[in-house]
Write a protein that binds this ligand. Structure first.
Ligand SMILES: [Zn+2]
Length: 482
């Protein structure tokens, strides 16, 4: 070590040295005991539940993995562990309501790709070539990335799951990471965005039943869903049949739809599903950028949702995010990041991009009409709502997570709001979304279990997970080239 390097290290506070220690020596902030109550004391509390008031200095009590109380000066129960919330904004854990975690081995590949290029490289050459161990590594690395960014719930649309062994590997990753996950099991189809023919509806159905007879016997932190093909990647008849399968299996479904760039795009397909009485609250549409206005209303009235992934959508020709139109139709709006080969999984960023796009379009329309807006068209509260409760509802988990509501599971994020870039806090929602973002995520709790504290993930193997993803990517690239 050079003297200047030593001098530099000597000048930083003790906390700054932690990053240079080997993994085994980390963990200066011990994980809290989930068996004992946790009291978060004195944070700025943003509940995202209109029936639970926000608090400029409030407490959150967590007991048995659930939010027991939100209020001022809560009494400290016997044996409670106290987390100092001073200088922190407490928000509900974010929800990434549409992502392909299996692409974590292909990061950086799609940053400059069109949709056709992405289908031709990432999907056609790699998605069905991941081994089960590859998928476990990719999903685990992806989950750690999300947790570190304050995402506590993920909907993973897994076209990489091409066998029972893959499904088990994905479930291992979700369980081991501690994240709350909706694992959407990929169905095969004829379209370019589908997975291999091994995933016939019969095969997926049999594997779902196998899982439910075993490790998925009772719904917990990790749940199952169906990654359906949908009308733009199969026929209306197949869509109808897939929806019946989902109903028979009692599963949420998510499919990609309504993007003009899709080669087999079918206009008015949502209206067609409506006419057949097939829309329901357990249907979530990824993208849906280019539906007709009445189709948003049909989906909203049926209780379904759209999930906007604005960065990928605007890059790859899907159009502008549907979030504002679905919101105006009174429907549920979630936010996702979509293509892990192209963009990070951070939902703060995606929510900000969705908000900026919605505002930009509204301003452009108003200016064209010669009447500049007197107030912004969409608010930071709405955008943070898309990233939290909206996403939770889109994931079928609105009664479990998405807001700091007593009785819900304890999925809580604390943001550092006392730094040069994040203070002062004049409007906590605006600060949380527009100033803090993923970089300020200091503390993450999922289901009452602390997974990040003092700005660091508490998993023992974070560096190992990254190294494993890198080495497995080498093997995948060799197979893709062969
Ligand atoms: Zn997608």
């Amino acid at each position: 070590m050079t003297p200047s390097r030593r001098a530099l290290l000597g000048a930083v506070p003790a906390a700054g040295l932690v990053a240079s220690l080997p993994a085994a020596a980390q963990g200066t902030a011990p994980a809290l005991d989930p068996a004992r109550p946790v009291l978060i004391r004195g944070a700025v509390v943003v509940t995202m539940d209109p029936s639970v008031p926000d608090l400029p200095a409030g407490d959150i009590l967590v007991r048995d993995g659930a939010i027991a109380a939100v209020g001022r000066d809560l009494p400290q129960p016997e044996g409670a562990q106290v987390v100092d919330g001073a200088g922190r904004i407490a928000i509900p854990g974010l929800v990434n309501a549409h992502i392909h975690l299996g692409q974590a081995l292909q990061r950086g590949m799609s940053g400059d790709q069109t949709l056709a290029q992405y289908f031709g490289t990432v999907v056609a050459k790699r998605s069905s070539r991941l081994t089960a161990d590859d998928l476990r590594a990719a999903d685990y690395a992806g989950c750690l990335e999300l947790l570190s960014a304050g995402v506590t719930t993920v909907v993973d649309w897994s076209r990489e799951t091409t066998s029972s062994a893959h499904a088990d590997a994905a479930l291992d990753a979700f369980e081991n990471s501690g994240i709350r996950a909706i694992f959407a099991y990929g169905l095969a189809g004829s379209g370019a965005g589908s997975t291999t023919s091994a995933n016939s509806p019969e095969a997926v159905s049999a594997d779902i039943r196998r899982l439910r007879a075993g490790r998925m016997a009772s719904p917990g932190r990790v749940r199952l869903a169906l990654a359906m093909r949908g009308p733009d990647f199969s026929s209306l008849e197949e869509t109808e049949s897939d929806l019946r399968l989902a109903r028979d299996l009692d599963l949420l479904v998510q499919f990609h739809a309504g993007a003009p760039v899709y080669a087999e795009r079918k206009r008015r397909s949502i209206a067609a599903l409506h006419e057949k009485g097939l829309l329901n609250p357990r249907i979530s549409l990824a993208h849906a950028n280019d539906l007709d206005e009445d189709e948003y209303k049909m989906l909203a009235d049926a209780g379904g949702s759209t999930v906007s992934t604005p960065e990928v959508e605007m890059q790859m020709g899907h159009g502008f995010p549907a979030a504002p139109r679905m919101q105006r139709a009174g429907g549920t709006v979630g936010i996702g990041s979509d293509i892990s080969a192209g963009v990070g999984g951070d939902v703060f960023t995606q929510a900000r991009i969705a908000l900026a796009a919605a505002r930009g379009l509204a301003n452009a329309e108003a200016l064209r009409a010669g009447a500049p807006l007197r107030a912004v068209a969409f608010t930071t509260r709405q955008a943070l709502g898309w990233a939290t409760l909206g996403g939770a509802r889109a994931a079928g988990m609105g009664d479990v997570t998405g807001s700091l509501t007593p009785g819900k599971r304890a999925d809580i994020v604390l943001l550092r709001a006392d730094t040069v870039g994040t203070s002062p806090v004049l409007d906590p929602i605006s600060s949380a979304l527009m100033q803090c973002g993923a970089g300020a995520v200091d503390f993450v709790m999922v289901d009452g279990r602390v997974l990040k504290r003092d700005g660091r993930l508490l998993h023992a193997d974070v560096e190992g997970a990254a190294a494993n993803a890198r080495s497995r990517a080498v093997g995948l690239e060799a197979r893709a080239a062969g």
